[in-house]
Design a protein around this ligand. Structure first.
Ligand code: YXS
Length: 274
């Protein structure tokens, strides 16, 4: 296992790499690196994450840490709103870069640990929930925000939340779009460990390094079984079709258009329920 120095993943069209990567022993680290845009989950950033994870798998990296740069106020601002389709297309379709990244993390044959400092918004909440564990510090906060945009969240995303939180807490997060601060996130079980900012890097590295000494095949088969058991809830075809119809009515609504326009125009949205 080579101890590669910080090696940027294949950069997208920007000069700076969208992610930084490093491997120490059997632990690989991916650092989101689009800080000017608050690590908004653009296709370029997500493709870089997916590429970095594939490169780690090719090098048999046993444990992955997914993080942002140390000490940022914002870990990730969520889905890149500027890339959301404007009506007449599912904003969270199966092929959406965010959905591809979630599936990549959930099927990686080893633990992916989210190291969270700062606030996590929208689809980035789904991203950290799709990691196998979340280690967060006192500056962390977690918000799921489709209600701010008029966006119909997708069924797999709701399932990810229901697999982590009781129904009443999932509803509170979706209906209020309020950030859940670190202490509350620990109390609710969103995060595995709440660790002081000064210690979180050492704590997470020691945890990852410890796991990397365990039997990788045994861990991979447990992770994949848990994925299959939690993700695959049978849904009758007509129920699925009804859900798609309901979601289409929302992403074709004037409210969804208003939500995105308001963000782009840096103003508060006015939702009329149409
Ligand atoms: O104005 P410039 O060009 O400098 O760019 C600004 C922001 O427009 C940009 N930016 C984003 N661009 C695209 N998509 C985003 N989600 C996004 N967030 C930010 O980054 C530049 C710096 O942002 P600024 O000035 O607002 O930074 P700040 O430090 O004052 O505030 C940080 C945030 C995160 C509190 C603020 O940027 C914010 O509220 N961002 C939007 C958070 C959000 O609502 N995320 C949900 C995205 S939609 C999603 O994830 C799901 C589909 S769902 O809707 O279902 O949850």
């Amino acid at each position: 296992m080579t101890d590669a120095p910080d090696t940027p993943a294949p950069a997208a069209s920007t000069t700076d790499p969208m992610v930084l990567t490093s491997i120490v022993g059997a632990v690989g680290t991916i650092t989101l690196n689009d800080n000017a845009r608050r690590n908004a989950l653009s296709a370029a950033l997500l493709d870089a994450v997916i590429g970095a994870i594939a490169a780690f798998e090719a090098k048999s990296v046993r444990v992955v840490i997914l993080r942002a740069a140390p000490g940022l106020k914002v870990w990730s601002a969520g889905h890149d709103i500027k890339e959301l389709p404007r009506g007449h297309e599912d904003p969270l379709g199966y092929g959406d870069p965010l959905e591809r990244a979630l599936r990549t993390i959930r099927s990686y044959p080893g633990p992916v640990i989210a190291l969270v400092q700062g606030s996590v918004w929208g689809g980035a909440f789904d991203l950290v929930l799709s990691c196998d564990m979340i280690i967060a510090d006192e500056t962390s906060a977690f918000a799921i925000t489709p209600a701010n945009l008029g966006l119909p969240y997708n069924t797999t995303g709701l399932l990810h939340c229901l697999n982590r939180l009781p129904l009443n807490l999932v509803k509170e997060m979706f209906f209020t779009a309020n950030p859940v601060k670190a202490e509350q996130a620990a109390k609710w079980g969103i995060i595995n460990h709440l660790v002081a900012a000064a210690d979180i890097e050492t704590f997470t590295t020691e945890l990852a390094t410890h796991i990397a000494t365990k039997a990788p095949l045994a861990i991979a088969v447990v992770k994949e079984q848990l994925r299959v058991l939690t993700d695959f809830q049978p849904v009758a075809a007509q129920v699925f079709e009804r859900i798609q119809d309901m979601r289409r009515a929302v992403y074709e609504s004037a409210d969804y258009e208003e939500g995105i326009s308001a963000f782009l125009e840096k103003r508060k949205p006015v939702f009329r329920g149409v």
